[in-house]
Write a protein that binds this ligand. Structure first.
Ligand code: AMP
Length: 371
């Protein structure tokens, strides 16, 4: 059953993903209620209501759960206790099970393998002895990561030679860790898939992502890869969504090897930074698909009517680009309403639209001219 117009969608998390989800919800005639621990968050500025309270504040959560018709997330690292409290009060999409898998890199890797998505070789690490054993089988280079709460390169270390091992262990332990083989990728890709209450899926075209200082800098859509690779990446994402029993949107981050093989890296059970281009380049964005899915509406087509390049506006340098972006006719700018442009902070993004099919013929430099 779908939510009637004017129903309220509760969103846990107050960042830009929640902001753009709330804007999409408003367009579909829904109200939103944002719940996050800090005041004046980007999503709160555009929501119908908001609650400023911690993720384990039982009274505030009960009040929130009673005030909304469905709960969704823009931030997947909410404690499981939050969902235990909300579960009896309102349906949660995606489910607590999906969140539990995606919060833990070990569970995530196991799940990908079960869903038929190859991953780098990996070992769970609980002690220095585990690490030594894992290094003996996986070898160097390798990447040591915390299993939980890592993002934008935080909570991880690349081990290039044996001298890197002890400092990385000291920095990251005693948290539970995972050691992954280093993947010599030629490109980072992402596949964004939506799955509705009725089990229907819709997957966007594969995007090609470039990072700067571990933060997404540019996304090119569609990725400049052979059609067979794009189809394989889309098939992985669709299989994953079905295996998860996902209701909502998820992003599957993939590495492309020189051989053309795809290796799964991470799953984000929510709209993703590498899907912002869908706002302008598709009939329905990743945010609209997410809202449609959690509201029980039919999914829209994920087809793309333009090629696109998205650039994140990060920190003071990103904000310095803003005035010029506004005068470029083919560039659409978004700001998230954050007060201070601290270094490394995602302040907004801009999307350049290009005629359908034209991106493949452009160099990176040509594609980003004017940004
Ligand atoms: P993650 O937090 O897992 O998304 O990792 C952040 C970034 O680190 C990725 O986007 C890659 O550029 C790099 N990275 C992560 N894991 C690996 C790996 N196993 N091999 C090579 N590069 C990696």
């Amino acid at each position: 059953m779908s939510l009637p117009p004017n129903a309220t969608i509760g969103i846990l998390g107050g960042g830009q993903l929640g902001r753009m989800s709330a804007l999409a919800a408003a367009r579909l005639g829904y109200r939103t209620h944002v719940y996050a621990p800090e005041a004046d968050q980007p999503a709160m500025q555009v929501a119908t209501r908001h609650t400023v309270a911690g993720y384990t504040d039982e009274d505030a959560l009960v009040e929130f759960g009673r005030a909304v018709d469905v709960v969704t997330f823009e931030f997947e690292n909410v404690p499981s206790r939050t969902l235990d409290i909300l579960g009896p009060l309102a349906p949660c999409h995606p489910s607590a099970r999906v969140l539990a898998i995606c919060q833990d890199r070990v569970a995530e890797k196991r799940f990908m393998a079960e869903a038929g998505i190859p991953t780098a070789p990996w070992e769970a690490i609980g002690s220095e002895a585990d690490l030594r054993r894992a290094l003996a089988t996986i070898g160097l280079p390798a990447v040591l990561k915390t299993t939980r709460l890592g993002y934008d390169g935080r909570g991880q270390a690349v081990l290039r030679d044996t001298a890197d091992v002890a400092p990385a262990w000291q920095r990251l332990a005693p948290r539970p860790l995972i050691l992954e083989g280093f993947v010599p990728f030629t490109m980072e890709l992402s596949a964004i898939v939506a799955r509705g209450v009725d089990g229907a899926t819709a997957v966007f075209d594969i995007a090609e992502n470039r990072h700067l200082h571990h933060i997404l800098d540019l996304t090119f859509a569609p990725a400049r890869i052979p059609a067979s690779v794009a189809l394989a990446a889309q098939a992985h994402a669709t299989r994953l969504a079905k295996a998860l029993g996902l209701i909502g949107v998820a992003a599957l981050e993939l590495f492309l090897l020189p051989s053309g093989t795809l290796v799964g890296n991470e799953i984000a059970p929510r709209p993703h930074n590498s899907g912002h281009w869908t706002i302008e380049a598709c009939g329905a964005s990743q945010f609209e698909q997410h809202i449609r899915a959690v509201a029980g509406l039919p999914l829209a087509s994920a087809s793309r009517h333009h090629d696109a390049v998205m650039r994140n506006l990060v920190g003071p340098e990103g904000m310095a680009r803003w005035p010029d972006l506004l005068s470029a006719p083919e560039i659409v700018g978004h700001l998230y309403g954050k007060a201070e442009p601290r270094p490394g902070r995602k302040m907004g993004h801009a999307t350049r639209l290009l005629p359908h099919g034209s991106l493949a013929g452009l160099s990176d430099l040509e594609a980003v001219r004017g940004f």
